[in-house]
Every structure is written in structure tokens, then in C-alpha cells.
Design a protein around this ligand. Structure first.
Ligand code: FES
Length: 179
């Protein structure tokens, strides 16, 4: 927190405790409500752009295992064979997800028949066609989904992640190596 933010926070705290606000504190309250200094929960470091596959290499239902955005984060890339939420490619059916279960970090396995990801620890199930939607289990969050792009040559790139990876306060860790 910057010095300015700290002063603003203390001023607002004094207003609440004292039950009365100085008039010059009110603009600060409005600015705080707009979230101008709230960066704690945001990933501020840039995501790497990493090629994960080429469309020609992908077979429907056969997952490719790799890591993104660093080697400590396992992910799965799959061509589902039917359009999916945030899917890329000509059929909009190529998607990728973190393999860390959003419950307690179990390593998920993809099942071709149902297009779902399954956790061996407490049996959570996530739907790959529906953006990693939690279908059943003790997890409370959907699965983080990779943001993908396809270039003119048919190469599939990971360029970001929607959702917070399990066990992290930010998806991009300082000084972490890329894939
Ligand atoms: S760690 Fe996956 S369901 Fe508990």
C-alpha cells in the first residue's frame, strides 16, 4: 500500500471510529469505492505467450498435457469435437484448463467419453465444454481456463488464464520460469 493509500485508509478508519467525517474525507471515500488503489487480488505481471500445439497435431478427445504459465502449473489441452465455451479453432472446440483441482489441488484427469475432468482425491468433476464448470464434488469454484489464440498457420497459443490457479495469490509468480 502506498503512502497515499495508507493515509487515505487511516483517514477513513478515523471517520468510522469517530462517527463523523471531515468534509475533505468524502472525496477520498468515493475514490476508494471506485477501487483506484485496489490491486492486491490482480495479477499485474504479464502472461507469457506460449505455443501449446498445432491444430494439425490434435485428435478429437485426445488430451495433450503440458504446463502454463510456468512449469509448476500443469494444464491440459484438448480438442473436444463440439463447440465449447471459449473454444478456439475452426470448430471452436479446442480448450485448455488447469489440472489443479480448485478444491485442494488434486491433479485432474480428462475423460474423453464425457468431456469432463475428474479429481482422484474427492471426486470433483468439471465440464470442459462449459468453461470448466463444476458439475459435482466438494470444490466451490470452476476450473481456471486458459485463454487461447490460433495464428494463421494453425498454431495454438496460451496467452492468459481466466480464474485463479489453485494455491496461488497470483497466476504469474515473480521470478517464475516460463514453460
Ligand atoms: S482436491 Fe479435488 S475434489 Fe478435493
Amino acid at each position: 500500500m502506498s503512502d497515499v493509500s495508507r493515509r487515505r485508509f487511516l483517514k477513513l478508519g478515523a471517520c468510522v471510529v469517530g462517527g463523523a467525517c471531515a468534509t475533505d474525507a468524502l472525496p477520498s471515500l468515493a475514490q476508494a469505492a471506485e477501487g483506484d488503489d485496489i490491486t492486491t487480488l490482480r495479477t499485474t505481471l504479464p502472461y507469457p505467450r506460449v505455443q501449446l500445439a498445432s491444430i494439425g497435431q490434435l485428435t478429437i478427445g485426445r488430451e495433450q498435457l503440458t504446463t502454463y504459465p510456468d512449469q509448476a502449473s500443469p494444464v491440459v489441452l484438448v480438442k473436444l469435437g463440439r463447440p465449447a465455451i471459449n473454444g478456439v479453432g475452426p470448430e471452436r472446440d479446442i480448450v485448455a484448463f488447469s489440472r489443479r483441482c480448485s478444491h485442494m489441488g488434486g491433479t485432474l484427469n480428462f475423460r474423453q467419453g464425457t468431456g469432463t475432468l475428474h479429481c482422484p482425491l474427492h471426486y470433483a468433476m468439471f465440464d470442459a465444454q462449459k468453461g470448466g464448470l463444476l458439475v459435482i464434488g466438494q470444490a466451490t469454484d470452476n476450473l481456471p481456463q486458459l485463454e487461447l489464440e490460433v495464428d494463421a498457420a494453425g498454431n495454438v497459443f496460451a496467452v492468459g488464464i481466466s480464474g485463479l490457479l489453485y494455491g496461488r495469490q497470483a497466476n504469474i509468480l515473480p521470478n517464475s520460469g516460463t514453460v
